[in-house]
Design a protein around this ligand. Structure first.
Ligand SMILES: C[S@@+](CC[C@H](N)C(=O)[O-])C[C@H]1O[C@@H](n2cnc3c(N)ncnc32)[C@H](O)[C@@H]1O
Length: 218
């Protein structure tokens, strides 16, 4: 498990760790949403917080790596209108509790925690959703460690669509998407193998959703 100091070191080592552009799946899955209040959990250098704020969202961007957050804050400062829409919060996701008013969007993009910590975080993230709100989880699939590129080598922090659905089982969310996707990576012969799970507060929950299929819920 990487610490905040590990991540800060990684961010300090290079000008930019993650692309400036949003992740392909994040952009695809969120493109149709009307702007509201968003919570970006593990925001890193703020690429998604910035992307969302540019399209009118108010964003709370949370990460425990101060160097990553500072980088996002600096970019946001280049456009006061955008910068004014983002609140940068240094906090540990393992204990972070979203405020009670509720978010229209909660995003977890490539947050890889041990399974018990992931489950706790996802349940608290779900509890932070307003009615009609969307929770989007994108991360590396377990088999990315052997067949894909990038991401942690430690398979215990990687996951499957069904793991995320199971973590959210009692959260009362509808599952719109729960699948593995293959993402081409420029300069690499191997693609990245990702998990995409999009859920929402509202809709008709079901007992046992099948990951990878179109279904209404868990
Ligand atoms: C792979 S990066 C992804 C960054 C961003 N979501 C993106 O897609 O560009 C993972 C981020 O999660 C943060 N992180 C990991 N564990 C964390 C924790 N326990 N509390 C807060 N942030 C954490 C790291 O500092 C890092 O910025």
């Amino acid at each position: 498990m990487s610490t905040a100091a590990d991540w800060d070191t990684r961010y300090r080592e290079t000008d930019r760790v993650w692309p400036v552009a949003p992740n392909l799946w994040v952009a695809e899955e969120l493109a149709g949403l009307a702007p509201g209040r968003a919570l970006d959990l593990g925001a890193g250098e703020g690429r998604h917080a910035l992307w969302l704020a540019r399209t009118g969202w108010s964003v709370v961007a949370v990460d425990f790596a101060a160097v990553g957050l500072d980088r996002g804050r600096a970019l946001a400062g280049e456009d006061p209108e955008v910068g004014g829409r983002i609140q940068w919060v240094a906090a540990d996701l393992r204990i972070f509790v979203p405020e009670a008013e509720g978010f229209d969007l909660v995003l977890l993009s490539y947050i890889h925690l041990p399974s018990d910590e992931r489950a706790g975080l996802l349940r608290r993230a779900a509890a932070g959703l307003a009615a009609g709100g969307t929770l989007l989880v994108v991360g590396h699939a377990t088999r990315n460690a052997t067949d894909g590129v990038g991401g942690p080598a430690d398979v215990t922090v990687l996951f499957e669509p069904a793991d995320v659905v199971a973590d959210l089982r009692d959260s009362g969310l509808s599952v719109d998407v729960a699948e593995e996707r293959v993402r081409p990576v420029s300069g690499s012969e191997r693609p990245a193998i990702d998990v995409v799970v999009r859920t929402r507060r509202g809709g008709r929950p079901t007992e046992s959703p099948q990951a990878g299929e179109d279904h209404d819920a868990t």
